[in-house]
Design a protein around this ligand. Structure first.
Ligand SMILES: Cc1cc2nc3c(=O)[nH]c(=O)nc-3n(C[C@H](O)[C@H](O)[C@H](O)COP(=O)(O)OP(=O)(O)OC[C@H]3O[C@@H](n4cnc5c(N)ncnc54)[C@H](O)[C@@H]3O)c2cc1C
Length: 394
């Protein structure tokens, strides 16, 4: 019997397996794909806090450190020179480094193995696995199961009976191009935002949308990179809101499966790095004491650490989504007019985005801009629908 069975070999599962194996627990990770790190569905943009929490030599995965942030709206652009760089990493390399680290600590990683179901057998959880490598279907017993199986988590659906709203992230890779900036594009028709960033082969241009993401990306490509050849498309699913519960009996959820993302940028690496540390420490105490409340403490501890950023972020995202396209032009023009450059350049923080925006909003620029925007929200029914959804998942 395993102490811990982890479903999913993405960063959440690999980090959790590393921390638990390091404590000496018998840990296994089942990953449905044949290779860790593939397929990639990430731009690899990380803040300094996320980088500092990863227990690997990040230089081996680093593509570049970017000091220039370009903000674009439908009709305007402005470049900010950041003091603290944004790190762009190769996600495939990052995941492979995490896997190596976990294996070195003693975790077993079995690829090409899909977990299909699980049952609570009182003393343990029985996990059912389908694997070509392990000659078909079989089951394993675990004292604790970690669902780290991504945004469309089967563990969340089967065991927590929880269904959360999702959205899409798509990106196109254009080879042999370089960029020394990260560009964030706002005010796109019905898409939350888009980005252009360096990638291992060249650049990536991507966006997040709730519907027709590929159509929207192709439209954006036509505007920004007309005539360029796309060498590859990458796509992934992103949780919009977290489920109500992330611990049930002996099963816990971590990472995208637990909806642990930064609400504004949808970046998942920072919150899942925090969550995997807290989850593994709660699992450790539970395995040593046998007291269920120790496992349960993961949920409250994670909320305590991340709830404020999540709640403020969710509100801000809902508000941003209700704004018409021209509102983004007004925000950027006001930012230029009120010369917020020194503040942005010093304080821009991709790790605590909600806090950064709130601090910006309580300046003269913020107050003037908010008053202007309130007058602009013409489409009140849409604004109301989006706000209702936001309240439902708080
Ligand atoms: C287009 C895009 C760009 C992004 N850019 C960024 C970014 O720049 N910065 C950032 O911080 N975040 C970014 N994210 C978010 C980030 O990629 C995720 O938050 C992160 O990958 C979540 O890690 P995870 O381990 O929870 O889930 P995943 O990375 O999704 O890993 C889950 C793993 O579980 C496996 N699995 C699923 N079901 C089963 C099963 N039944 N049995 C066995 N294995 C299973 C999957 O194959 C997968 O390998 C981006 C997301 C998208 C879609």
């Amino acid at each position: 019997m395993y102490d811990v069975i982890i479903v999913g070999g993405g960063p959440a599962g690999l980090l959790t397996s590393y921390y638990l194996a390091k404590q000496g627990f018998k840990t296994v990770v089942y990953e449905e794909h044949m290779e860790i790190g593939k397929p990639v569905h990430c731009a690899g943009i990380l803040g300094s806090k996320a980088v500092s929490l990863l227990p690997i030599n990040i230089e081996q995965a680093m593509i570049s450190r970017i000091f220039k942030l370009k903000i674009s709206t439908p009709h305007f652009s402005h470049v900010y020179n950041l003091r603290t760089p944004l790190n762009v990493v190769d996600r495939e390399v990052l995941d492979k480094l995490l896997a190596k680290k976990a294996q070195k600590a003693g975790a077993e990683i079995i690829t090409g193995a899909r977990v299909t179901s699980l049952r609570d057998r009182r003393e343990h959880i029985e996990v059912f696995i389908n694997s070509r490598k392990l000659s078909g279907a079989r089951s394993e017993k675990g004292k604790v199961v970690v669902g780290a199986d991504g945004a469309v988590s089967a563990i969340r659906r089967i065991y927590f009976k929880s269904c959360i709203p999702l959205e899409y992230g798509v990106q196109a890779v254009i080879s042999n191009q370089t960029t020394s900036t990260i560009e964030l594009i706002f005010g796109l028709e019905a898409a939350s935002f888009a980005w252009i960033a360096p990638s291992p082969e060249g650049i990536k241009i991507g966006l997040i949308a709730r519907s027709k993401p590929v159509e929207k990306l192709k439209k954006l490509l036509n505007i920004k990179f007309h005539g360029y050849e796309v060498s590859r498309y990458e796509a992934g699913i992103i949780p919009r809101f977290p489920p109500r519960k992330i611990v049930r009996d002996k099963v816990v959820l971590v990472g995208d499966a637990a909806g642990q993302i930064k609400p504004i940028s949808r970046g998942g690496i920072l919150p899942l790095s925090i969550a995997s540390q807290i989850a593994s420490s709660s699992i450790t105490t539970y395995l040593l004491t046998g007291k269920p409340r120790n496992l349960k403490s993961y949920e409250s501890q994670f909320n305590k650490t991340y709830k404020l950023e999540r709640l403020i972020g969710q509100y801000l995202r809902c508000i941003l989504e209700t704004l018409p396209e021209e509102a983004y032009d007004i925000i950027l023009l006001n930012a230029i007019r009120y010369k917020v450059d020194p503040f942005v350049e010093r304080r821009f923080n991709v790790d605590s985005q909600a806090r950064f925006i709130v601090r910006l909003m309580i300046s003269r620029f913020g107050i003037e801009t908010v008053l202007k925007l309130i007058r602009m929200i013409k489409n009140k029914p849409t604004a109301l629908t989006v706000m209702k959804e936001c309240f439902k998942y708080l």
